[in-house]
Design a protein around this ligand. Structure first.
Ligand SMILES: C[S@@+](CC[C@H](N)C(=O)[O-])C[C@H]1O[C@@H](n2cnc3c(N)ncnc32)[C@H](O)[C@@H]1O
Length: 294
């Protein structure tokens, strides 16, 4: 069973800003601790929490009921929301998403807030998206408030092929060498650059390889084919060797995205935001009309 760090819970509750009497849906019941906090503040009957894991649900339900908190603890896929208990003033996810379901917009009242850890396939670093539902209920939009890393929602977990499926002997023969001046810090945990690059590049992910002979390899893997790239980061050098193989030149794509990010003034995640409507989701920079294009 998984719970979230108390400091993280506190900052999410601050962002969510629930008011007494608000009706809240939490997606990702976990231990039930967060739901207990909501129940204390909003009244247990205003709180619905859902988890996909039946054993987690049993434990959370028992914990909440032992405290005489009649929170509705449901078992199911929270991606669909819980329409039977809608509308909500607040929906909060405590697992990370790559796609925001429009069902959550439909189940939140106009002016209500949807708060969720949201990211791309590129990196595990996510931004907390704080989306306000529009007056006509047709969309939700808002900025990211900070960088986080959460357990990813089931069904949105990425399982690319094994390393060996990408890096075959043939593909190594085809690899083209070049150099890069991108620093390894770009790919660190909670890196604003990696978050921003993820908004620009299409269907790829990165992995750090095991340290070898004092070098730190970083692998890029395509999610559309078996293209790969590998940068060999060594110490404090300014320039690092890169190998690229396959139809896509993944490292070049990442460099172009990094250049774009630098040209925008190296924005942190709070300059970015997300808009969701019936047609899907769109990331933006500074203004909801300024779309981040892949
Ligand atoms: C970090 S834990 C939640 C912590 C919890 N809020 C607490 O107070 O302890 C994430 C939870 O999300 C659940 N989860 C993952 N995918 C889900 C889905 N599609 N629908 C509902 N819950 C899901 C996991 O089973 C896990 O219990």
């Amino acid at each position: 069973m998984s719970s979230s760090k108390p400091s993280l819970v506190l900052s999410m509750l601050t962002d969510l800003d629930p008011r007494p009497g608000d009706r809240v849906l939490e997606v990702g019941a976990g231990t039930g601790w967060n739901a207990g906090l909501f129940a204390h503040r909003l009244g247990a009957r205003n709180v619905t929490t859902i988890d996909i894991d039946p054993s987690v649900v049993r434990t959370a339900r028992a914990a909440l009921h032992s405290l005489s908190l009649p929170v509705e603890v449901l078992c199911g896929d929270g991606y669909a929301g819980v329409p039977a208990r809608a509308p909500y003033d607040r929906i909060v996810a405590t697992c990370g998403l790559r796609q925001v379901p429009f069902a959550w917009v439909e189940q939140t009242r106009p002016g209500g807030i949807i708060l969720l850890p949201w990211g791309t396939d590129f990196s595990s670093t996510e931004g907390t998206a704080r989306l306000a539902v529009s007056d006509d209920g047709a969309s939700a939009s808002g900025p990211f408030t900070g960088l986080v890393e959460f357990m990813r929602m089931r069904a949105q977990r990425l399982e690319p092929d094994t390393h060996d499926a990408y890096v075959t002997e043939d593909s190594k023969q085809d690899a083209v060498a070049s150099t890069t001046s991108l620093a390894p810090e770009v790919f660190a945990d909670y890196s604003p650059a990696a978050f921003a690059i993820g908004l620009r590049v299409h269907a790829m992910t990165y992995r750090r390889g095991p340290k070898e002979d004092g070098a730190h390899p970083l692998w890029l893997l395509s999610l559309t084919d078996r293209s790969w790239a590998c940068a060999i980061f060594r110490g404090n050098q300014d320039s690092h060797t890169v190998y690229q193989s396959g139809q896509r030149r993944l490292w070049d794509e990442v460099e172009a995205a990094h250049t774009w990010w630098a040209e925008q003034g190296r924005p942190g995640c709070t300059r970015f935001g997300l808009r969701v409507d019936a047609d899907g989701q769109q990331a933006w920079l500074d203004d909801p009309g300024n779309h981040v294009r892949q």
